[in-house]
Design a protein around this ligand. Structure first.
Ligand SMILES: C[S@@+](CC[C@H](N)C(=O)[O-])C[C@H]1O[C@@H](n2cnc3c(N)ncnc32)[C@H](O)[C@@H]1O
Length: 260
């Protein structure tokens, strides 16, 4: 048995299991939901940047819909999966780059920036969120849209504060989440066990830390960067947030004059 006791950075080893453990479902749902949102909040064109693109599923689905898509992520292992999928669909206008969403620049301006599935919850203080919003404001075209979700404090504190075990193929994933009331951080210890044909086990461990942000503060930070909030929804609906919303979806728009 090989046991890597020391924790690896998030999304290093997990990347190879991410899609087949079912996480790919989120991007499939988000792709459909985005079509509803974009019918109400029209983007000025069809160039997309997906921040924290992970294994690239959303960028690929949007490229299939005719978007020129770019995915950015800091995990080289997640990007490897994304590029492997893109190589199977060489006709699609999609590419993937390594970068940090807290401060990034790209060589073109885009009409839509997405950032989905808790990705912004991985930013652990307001300065990091501010850095991301400022970079978004720099990269959006005039009247470009920024659509992102955030897991709520209720989700991390009540719903996610749990242990779950998942089996698929010859793999077991154990997720132990703990919400710390003192600092508002939710820590997930992810243990993966894979058995080979002879029953030998390979183990890995990753630690993922997330935090939630109050809705009012998120709106202030967006507006401070000139990103006007057009809508905040109980995610996957077109309804306003509820007290027990698990996830909120934000739609913010750049002004007519965007920063140089
Ligand atoms: C929960 S996954 C979501 C992936 C993808 N958006 C999806 O819907 O499946 C979070 C992703 O955010 C990325 N991420 C977290 N913090 C980041 C940062 N500071 N810069 C770039 N990517 C980051 C991780 O590497 C990971 O791929």
């Amino acid at each position: 048995m090989t046991d890597h006791q020391t924790s690896l950075p998030p999304y290093s080893t997990y990347a190879a299991y991410y899609d087949r453990s079912g996480q790919i479902r989120f991007a499939v749902m988000m792709d459909l939901y985005l079509q509803e949102l974009l019918a109400v909040h029209a983007p000025p064109g069809r160039r997309l940047l997906d921040l924290g693109c992970g294994t690239g599923s959303l960028a690929l689905l949007m490229a299939e819909r005719g978007w020129q898509a770019l995915g950015l992520d800091r995990s080289s292992a997640m990007l490897r999966e994304a590029r492997r999928k893109a190589a199977r669909a060489p006709h699609l206008p999609v590419r993937f780059i390594e970068g940090d969403l807290r401060d990034f620049r790209i060589d073109t301006r885009v009409d839509l920036i997405t950032c989905c599935y808790d990705t912004l919850n991985y930013l652990l203080d307001e300065h990091e969120l501010e850095g991301c919003f400022s970079a978004v404001a720099r990269v959006l075209r005039p009247r470009g849209l920024f659509c992102f979700d955030l897991a709520t404090d209720y989700f991390l504190r009540v719903y996610w504060n749990d242990v779950s075990v998942q089996h698929f193929d010859n793999v077991t994933l154990i997720m132990e989440s703990h919400y710390d009331e003192r600092n508002g951080l939710s820590t997930l210890l992810l243990t993966g066990i894979e058995r080979d044909a002879h029953g030998a086990e390979q183990r890995f461990r990753e630690v993922h830390v997330e935090r939630a942000y109050p809705d009012a503060r998120v709106r202030e930070l967006l507006e401070a960067q000139g990103l006007r909030v057009e809508g905040v929804y109980d995610c996957f609906t077109m309804q306003p947030p509820r007290e027990q919303s698990l996830r909120l979806m934000y739609v913010a728009r750049a002004g007519e004059a965007t920063p140089a």
